[in-house]
Design a protein around this ligand. Structure first.
Ligand SMILES: [Zn+2]
Length: 365
């Protein structure tokens, strides 16, 4: 099998005609064909060949049906359609064909989808015309300077939160006298049955006093801690969530023990928050789990890959900088081990548990 090179494979830098500047080389280096196929939900249509070094399937560009007309080389990060299209190319060419746009527009879209953080800058000769440099994607928090895009082979790594990936010991007690009919639980759209299933309730005494206590179990189903959510709006002094001192949140995936018990082939839906999980669970998506934040640890990666082996994984993160950065990183790390689909939300700032049932049904299988 020969992979032909697209005629515009080595286009050095973008045409610049008042459009944002973006480095093709950096985009090609940052995004794999697997990530792009996963973005379009095409991984289930592909089968692995050559000891996993190649993929074969029907051509998504001309919407062919023959299972071996479209071939992808994973080490070369390129593709070829041996049927109607009779062409091939790199990852950027593929997106341009799929989106029916030019390579420049494809690069801009990929920068957004995968949160590459490749800043667009006015070209030097255009300084003054466009004024100050504009940026998109997420900016590294530690730096005010513009990064060298060519040296940016992967999406930005979200700051790892403090803590270790050690197992949390099962608790020797359980909180008693939690009030499950607290107004805040109903305010978040959860029913009494959901509150009961998840064991949550308003806590009046102890370290979680004045908060809604949310039990956290490990993958085996043992109770390992409680998260406390302040009912109402948090202030600077009183954070929204409180975890027990010494709790290792990088070691747990919330609701994984329940998701594991659902023995069907439905996808594992990964969200960011406790309330996203509970809302989706209530609406029938029983295999929904969360990371308790927007950072994917090595333990998370292993647990999600195992649980998503049969039905694949859907990433449904908050539509904000932290959510997009985690989504891009999670996609990059999980897509080589399981079928992964990204579901972006259409509104900036949106989060899954604020969506209506109708909106969720239009997004999720
Ligand atoms: Zn084709």
């Amino acid at each position: 099998m020969q992979f032909r090179t697209a005629p515009f494979n080595n286009t050095p830098i973008v045409p610049y005609m008042g459009k944002p500047y973006i480095d093709f080389t950096a985009v090609k280096a940052a995004v794999t064909m697997i990530q792009v196929l996963a973005h379009y939900g095409l991984m289930p249509t592909m089968s692995a060949k050559k000891n996993g070094e190649a993929l074969e399937g029907p051509c998504p560009i001309h919407r062919g049906t023959s299972p071996d007309q479209f071939k992808v080389s994973i080490p070369k990060n390129c593709w070829n359609c041996f049927s109607e299209c009779r062409c091939g190319g790199n990852v950027l060419d593929f997106v341009a064909k799929m989106e029916d746009c030019d390579a420049h527009e494809a690069a801009i879209r990929m920068n957004e989808w995968f949160d590459l953080g490749l800043e667009k800058q006015p070209a030097p000769q255009d300084e003054g015309r466009l004024g100050n440099a504009v940026t998109f994607g997420s900016q590294p928090k530690h730096s005010g300077s513009v990064r060298e895009s060519a040296n940016m082979p992967s999406p930005p790594e979200p700051e790892p939160p403090a803590g270790k990936e050690e197992p949390n010991a099962p608790l020797k007690f359980a909180l008693k006298y939690l009030q499950p009919d607290h107004a805040y639980i109903a305010e978040r759209g959860l029913t009494a049955a959901t509150a009961e299933e998840f064991g949550l309730g308003f806590c009046k005494r102890g370290t979680m006093a004045g908060r809604i206590a949310i039990p956290i179990h490990n993958a085996e189903g043992a109770l390992v801690g409680y998260a406390g959510r302040l009912p109402g709006e948090p202030t600077e002094k009183r954070p929204k969530y409180k975890l027990p001192e010494g709790f290792h949140k990088l070691s747990e995936v919330f609701n994984l023990h329940r998701a594991r018990r659902v023995a069907d082939n439905s996808p594992l839906i990964v969200v960011e928050g406790f309330f996203d999980v509970m809302k989706l669970w209530q609406l029938g998506w029983k295999r929904t789990v969360s990371l308790m934040g927007s950072y994917l640890s090595a333990t998370h990666e292993r647990l999600l890959t195992e649980a998503g082996q049969s039905g694949g994984i859907i990433l449904l993160f908050d539509e904000d900088d932290a959510g997009r950065a985690c989504r891009a990183k999670a996609l990059q790390r999980l897509a080589t081990k399981a079928f992964v689909k990204v579901v972006p939300l259409s509104r900036e700032g949106a989060q899954p548990d604020h969506l209506t049932e109708e909106e969720l049904r239009s997004l999720l299988p």
